[in-house]
Design a protein around this ligand. Structure first.
Ligand code: PGA
Length: 257
């Protein structure tokens, strides 16, 4: 059976809750003919908009959206000023949580160990992690893409059960492609998707390697989505910049029209 396509909107630190409501209203108008049997759409707003977005999603008649978060802490609760726990997200019916985005790794110094703890906490609360991995330009130029991907998977997924991996999402996001306007080619993407599935097959099992959904992220736009989705083994995309413009994002979702 083919994996269902997952197109995720990572709004990053954009849109107030009022702007988020307007954005979703616009989107619902543009997305009402999407075939939801084939495509799942997830919205990852900032924490301050989660509740407003959740209420709107519940209320939508023709448009089906899943709710996602961009991050969380691994602890259940506690003295972690400024942090949000997985229990808090689960209580808001959050389905997906992005973990290990390169902006969090680079700007907030998150390590693979820290990311592994978050994955475990997200699973414990029955949500689905989207684990982001990818290489820098320097690593790519030095032919270190494969070893970087292996290193990230070795630590983040070491303790994960094959069944957990079956239902998770991995986003291949080359750092040099994020926010730069320069996306990876379908050939580049296919090669890394194959590296990820082979790692899972070798270290976990074949069912997990097949069922895990793998997204590509990095300068996804209406103009390149067709080629990216044509890459073998790609089950969807994680969209940053183009996801905060309703018409651009709708064109990405409706790339097959
Ligand atoms: P971008 O961001 O689409 O703006 O390149 C992607 C991401 O960071 O997930």
């Amino acid at each position: 059976m083919e994996n269902k396509t997952l197109i995720s909107a990572n709004w990053k630190m954009h849109l107030t809750h009022l702007e988020a409501i307007r954005m979703l209203q616009e989107l619902s108008f543009l997305l009402d003919e999407v075939n939801y049997e084939k495509i799942e759409i997830a919205i990852h707003p900032p924490f301050t908009s989660l509740r407003s977005v959740q209420i709107l999603i519940d209320d939508m008649k023709k448009v089906e959206l899943s709710l996602g978060a961009q991050n969380c802490h691994f602890a259940e609760s506690g003295a972690y000023t400024g942090e949000i726990s997985p229990a808090m997200l689960a209580a808001l019916q959050v389905k997906y949580v992005i973990v290990g985005h390169s902006e969090r790794r680079q700007l907030f110094e998150e390590t693979d160990d820290f990311i592994a703890k978050k994955l475990a906490a997200i699973w414990q609360h029955k949500m689905t992690p989207i684990l982001a991995i990818g290489e820098t330009l320097e690593e790519r130029d030095n032919d270190q893409t494969e070893s970087k991907i292996h290193d990230q998977l070795d630590v983040a997924l070491m303790a994960a059960q094959p069944k957990q991996i079956e239902s998770m999402v991995i986003a291949y996001e080359p750092i040099w492609a994020i926010g730069t306007g320069e996306s990876a080619t379908p050939q580049d993407i296919e090669a890394v998707v194959e590296i990820i599935r082979s790692w899972i097959k070798k270290n976990k099992n074949e069912a997990a390697a097949k069922s895990v959904r793998i997204q590509y992220g990095g300068s996804v736009k209406p103009i390149n989505i067709g080629g990216i989705m044509g890459a073998q083994g790609v089950d969807g995309v994680l969209v940053g910049g183009a996801s905060i413009d309703a018409s651009e994002f709708a064109r990405i979702v409706r790339y097959q029209d």
